[in-house]
Design a protein. Structure first.
Length: 223
């Protein structure tokens, strides 16, 4: 009996620029572990196709007709919380970035990113990691204010969970965090699941942003 082929990561592309969308689709087709399942040319179509196809990852542009990518992301995450959204935009303004992440995006990259990095970002999202353009991240983090009294908010997390979140904010993946804390990847994933539930968020980036806003992670915790 022939061995079953590993399941490919199913990707929906939402972008109103046909040359880019079809070029990315062709590139994904050439990857042994990735599979494009559809292309949406506007935000409303992205929501509809996401509902029908239930992709693993959506590569989402921000500026699209009928419904922008941020609102489309919000609607999709409400219905499909397990679908990871990677915002890919020409705009690096921190209000856009923050709005996309608060809507539920698990990553934010600029459209001038090399295609190899884009493919790696998609794979990282599937592994439960987060992706954020470094320059965009620097601007975003420095724009956030930290109110006094955040220590009370941090009491909701155990010291171990706070340490896991801090290491995650530094860009470590689950395996690296586990090696640092002498714990298994499964244990680290369980910690993140608990963190997300306690903070009412759906991704590592949302958790880090909330921690920074509350004041119990600082910019010194993040490279």
């Amino acid at each position: 009996m022939a061995e079953q082929e590993p399941r490919k990561t199913r990707i929906l592309i939402a972008d109103d620029h046909p040359p880019f969308a079809y070029g990315l689709s062709k590139l994904l087709t050439e990857q042994p572990d990735l599979e494009p399942v559809g292309i949406a040319s506007d935000g409303e179509e992205a929501v509809r196709l996401a509902r029908e196809l239930k992709p693993d990852v959506i590569v989402m542009d921000i500026s699209m007709p009928r419904l922008n990518g941020i609102e489309a992301t919000r609607r999709i995450k409400e219905e499909l919380p397990q679908t990871a959204v990677l915002t890919l935009s020409a705009y690096g303004y921190h209000p856009y970035v923050l709005s996309a992440l608060e809507a539920g995006a698990a990553g934010y990259l600029l459209k001038n990113v090399p295609m190899r990095e884009l493919l790696n970002a998609i794979r990282a999202l599937c592994a439960g990691e987060t992706v954020l353009d470094q320059k965009v991240a620097e601007k975003l983090l420095r724009s956030l204010t930290r109110p006094v009294g955040g220590g009370q908010a941090s009491a909701r997390l155990s010291p171990r969970e706070l340490k896991v979140l801090q290491l995650g904010a530094q860009g470590m993946n689950n395996k690296e965090i586990g090696e640092k804390l002498f714990a298994s990847e499964r244990t680290i994933q369980s910690h993140f699941t608990s963190i997300f539930q306690k903070l009412g968020v759906g991704s590592r980036i949302e958790a880090v942003l909330k921690a920074i806003k509350e004041g119990w992670l600082t910019l010194d915790d993040i490279p």
